[in-house]
Design a protein around this ligand. Structure first.
Ligand code: NAD
Ligand code: UD1
Length: 336
């Protein structure tokens, strides 16, 4: 039996594939390479000594997905595939709704057709919207402020409805906080297209000389130093949460949402200072206006992951920054 990993050549997916292969799982990856390349597969093979089966296909392509399930004995799916840039989602919302929501519906239809009813889904802390105070708890009301966030929320609603309609489904929706870092080998890591939107890729590209300076979006929030606070989580810890989730599917009747964060908040300036300390490289920055849609503080209550999955983050901020820097300095232009 194999695990189907959609989006398995991407940032989080490739780290999950490494941990799954190391744990002895058989893996089949489906990815359309819209935001990744097969070079990550070479690196995964280098790290693990195993090459996962890779099928270039779009999850929206029902015939292609049917043939994946026909040709492989799939026991469960980890569903990473999706578009993820918040700003871009406001420019091309239809692409986001089609790719993320329609793509997930097609995947679920094919899973149902082949009686594969075990799923781990990549959700996001974005589903907590702007009206909840941290620490964010799974039982809080959800909402979304942009098309990307809407797709995550809609998919969660679809998953809850599906699981209610048929008790054979076991679904875990993992709500990621802010994944950063890279594999400690420095061989795989985050490789954003164009100018990065997220903080860590931006900081590391400034440090490596690809970008001139960081804009710190706002220094007048009600936080420790006025800059935004987030719950950064090492991508390898996040990957390991997926292994625990796959195992825990056997005790899930229906659908359950679980936060994947550390429970700790770190400010933008704390990140910048830690980055300078660890890399020994200056990270010039200027204070800029707040970014629309940002909130001051976001961090998880991470107890449910511990109780239900037996998982907790083990890597600290130093590990996260050190591994980000190793990846970026060894691969200044990503996989190119
Ligand atoms: P990523 O872009 O690196 O990986 C996503 C992968 O999915 C890419 O390889 C892309 O080519 C593939 N893909 C996209 N649409 C596809 C389609 N229609 N068919 C087949 N493949 C497709 O992103 P990531 O950071 O690894 O994120 C993985 C998942 O986690 C996404 O669903 C994302 O929304 C979610 N997530 C990410 C973050 C984050 O900060 N990185 C936070 C919360 C949730
Ligand atoms: C962003 C998305 C969120 C998504 C998450 C993970 C927005 C409004 N939110 O959240 O939906 O789930 O990424 O992909 O885009 N910062 C700077 N300068 C920068 C970049 C960021 O100061 O160049 C600050 C931000 O204001 C924030 C912090 O750094 O305080 C983290 O930003 P980012 O990495 O974009 O993550 P989120 O804001 O949590």
């Amino acid at each position: 039996m194999s695990l189907l990993i959609t989006g398995g050549t991407g940032y989080i997916g490739s780290h999950a594939v490494v941990e799954l292969l190391n744990a002895g799982d058989d893996v089949v990856i489906v990815d359309n390479l819209s935001n990744s390349s097969t070079k990550s597969l070479d690196r995964v093979e280098h790290i693990t000594g195993k090459r996962p089966i890779f099928i270039k296909a779009d999850i929206c392509d029902k015939a292609a997905m049917e043939s994946v399930f026909r040709e492989h004995d799939i026991s469960a799916v980890i569903h990473f595939a999706g578009l993820k840039a918040v700003g871009e989602s406001t420019q091309i919302p239809l692409s986001y709704y089609h790719n993320n929501v329609t793509g997930t519906i097609v995947l679920l239809e094919v899973m149902k057709q082949f009686s594969v009813k075990n799923l781990v889904f990549s959700s996001s802390a974005t589903v907590y919207g702007e009206n909840n105070l941290s620490p964010l708890i799974e039982t809080m009301p959800t909402s979304a402020t942009n098309p990307y966030g809407q797709t995550k929320l809609m998919i969660e609603h679809i998953l809850f409805d599906l699981a209610k309609s048929d008790p054979q489904w076991s679904i875990i929706s993992l709500r990621y906080f802010n994944p950063i870092g890279a594999h400690h080998s420095g061989l795989i890591g985050e490789n954003p297209n164009g100018i990065p939107n997220n903080l860590l890729p931006f900081v590391s590209q400034v440090a490596v000389g690809r970008l001139q300076q960081l804009s710190v979006f706002g220094d007048d929030y009600d936080t420790i130093d006025g800059t935004g606070v987030r719950d950064y989580i090492h991508v390898v810890d996040l990957a390991l949460a997926h292994l625990k989730a796959v195992t825990a599917l056997s005790k899930v009747d229906g659908c359950i949402a679980i936060n994947v964060g550390t429970g700790n908040g770190t400010s933008v300036l704390q990140i910048v200072n830690k980055f300078k300390e660890i890399s020994g490289v200056d990270v010039p920055y200027q204070i800029s206006p707040r970014r629309p849609g940002d909130i001051a503080t976001v961090f998880a209550k991470a107890d449910l992951a511990n109780e239900f999955l037996g998982w907790q983050a083990e890597r600290n901020l130093d590990d996260m920054i050190r591994d980000t820097w190793r990846w970026q300095s060894q691969n200044p232009n990503g996989f190119e």
